[in-house]
Design a protein around this ligand. Structure first.
Ligand code: PMP
Length: 303
C-alpha cells in the first residue's frame, strides 16, 4: 500500500514527518479547529483519480469557519488546486483519503480569531472488514450535544470529544460502535457516521435537527435512493424503540462509506443479515463515487 511522503501546511508541501503546530496555539488549547475528510477514488480502468463532492466539502468547511468566527476564508479554486497538488505529490496508486484541517494557529486568549492556518494530508485508507460482515451498534448513554451547546452540524474537532467517549464506551461494552441519541431521546447518529434504517419498505434517517452532521454521504444516498426507487427518504425524528423494529440499517460517511448494521443493543436488525436496500445502495454508491457511471459528473472532480 502506498504511503504519504508530503503534507500541505499553509500552501507549502513539506515532508510528512516535519509538519507541526505550536502546542500553545488556540487550535491545541481550545480545539478551535474545523476539518473535512474527503476522498479521491481511483477508476481502476483509466487510473484517473476523482475527488468526490469536493466543492461540497469545501462549502461545509467554509460554513464551519464562519460559525466559528475565524478571520480567514479560502478561495475554493485555490484550495482545489492545492489539494490536487498534494495528492499528485504523494503519487498514490490507489484510493486516497484527505484530511483537511483548519485551525487558529495564534497563541492567545479564548476570543482570538486568527491568524488561521491549515494543513492537508493525503493518506491511504483500508476498507473496513465490517463492510462485508455488518456491524453491531449499542445505544450509548452519551448523548449528541444539542445545537445550543456545541452545534453538531459543524465538523468541529471539539465535537469529537463527545464522539470519542461514546465510541470508547461502545467498544468497552463489546459493540463495534455506538449509536447516539439526542438530549430529547431521539435517534441521532454514530460518533463518526450518519444512520439510516428501513422500516416497512421505507428508508428513514434522522432529520437535520436531530443533532447530526449535515453529511455529504447522507445527502448523496437520499438522492440516489430517490433516483433508484422513486421514493423519498423519510427525514424525521426516530424513536429508540423503532430501532428494534428495523428491517435493515446502515451507517454512512465519507470514510466509512456504507456499513451495514446487523444488530442494535444485541437484537438482530431484521433477520440479522445484510438486506436488499442496503446492498443496492452500496453497489450504486460504489459506482457513482468511482466514476463507473455517466451520471452525477458534477459530483466528481478530476485530481
Ligand atoms: N456524522 C459524523 C459525526 C461524522 O464525523 C461524519 C464523517 N464526516 C459523518 C456524519 C458523515 O459525514 P460525511 O458524509 O460528510 O463524511
Amino acid at each position: 500500500m502506498w504511503q504519504p511522503t508530503r503534507i500541505l501546511v499553509n500552501d507549502e508541501l513539506v515532508s510528512f514527518e516535519s509538519a507541526g503546530v505550536h502546542p500553545l496555539s488556540l487550535g491545541m488549547a481550545y480545539a478551535t479547529t474545523v476539518f473535512e475528510g474527503i476522498r479521491a477514488y481511483r477508476d481502476p480502468d483509466s487510473g484517473t483519480l476523482w475527488f468526490f463532492r469536493l466543492d461540497d466539502h469545501l462549502k461545509r468547511l467554509d460554513q464551519g469557519m464562519k460559525v466559528m468566527r475565524m478571520d480567514r476564508r479560502f478561495d475554493a479554486g485555490a484550495m482545489r488546486e492545492a489539494l490536487s497538488g498534494l495528492v499528485r505529490a504523494n503519487e498514490p496508486d490507489d484510493d486516497v483519503y484527505i484530511r483537511l484541517l483548519v485551525y487558529v494557529e495564534a497563541i492567545g486568549l479564548l476570543a482570538t480569531t486568527g491568524p488561521v492556518g491549515y494543513t492537508a494530508a493525503a493518506m491511504p485508507r483500508e476498507r473496513s472488514r465490517l463492510v462485508d460482515t455488518g456491524m453491531s451498534l449499542g445505544v450509548s448513554s452519551w448523548r449528541r450535544p444539542p445545537d445550543d451547546v456545541s452545534p453538531p452540524r459543524l465538523k468541529a474537532t471539539a465535537n469529537y470529544h463527545n464522539a470519542r467517549l461514546a465510541h470508547l464506551q461502545a467498544r468497552a461494552d463489546g459493540y463495534d460502535g455506538a449509536l447516539m441519541l439526542t438530549t430529547s431521546g431521539k435517534v441521532s447518529e454514530t460518533p463518526i457516521a450518519c444512520f439510516f434504517m428501513v422500516r416497512d419498505g421505507c428508508l428513514l434517517t434522522p432529520d437535520t435537527c436531530s443533532s447530526v452532521l449535515e453529511s455529504i454521504t447522507r445527502d448523496t444516498l437520499i438522492t440516489l435512493h430517490r433516483e433508484l426507487t422513486g421514493e423519498a427518504v423519510h427525514e424525521r425524528p426516530i424513536d429508540r424503540s423503532e430501532l428494534y423494529l428495523a428491517d435493515e440499517a446502515f451507517i454512512c460517511g465519507t470514510g466509512q462509506e456504507i456499513i451495514p448494521v446487523t444488530s442494535i443493543d444485541r437484537l438482530p436488525v431484521g433477520d440479522g443479515s445484510i438486506g436488499p436496500v442496503t446492498r443496492t445502495l452500496m453497489a450504486r454508491y460504489g459506482d457513482v463515487v468511482r466514476g463507473l457511471t455517466t451520471d452525477h459528473t458534477h459530483w466528481r472532480t478530476a485530481v
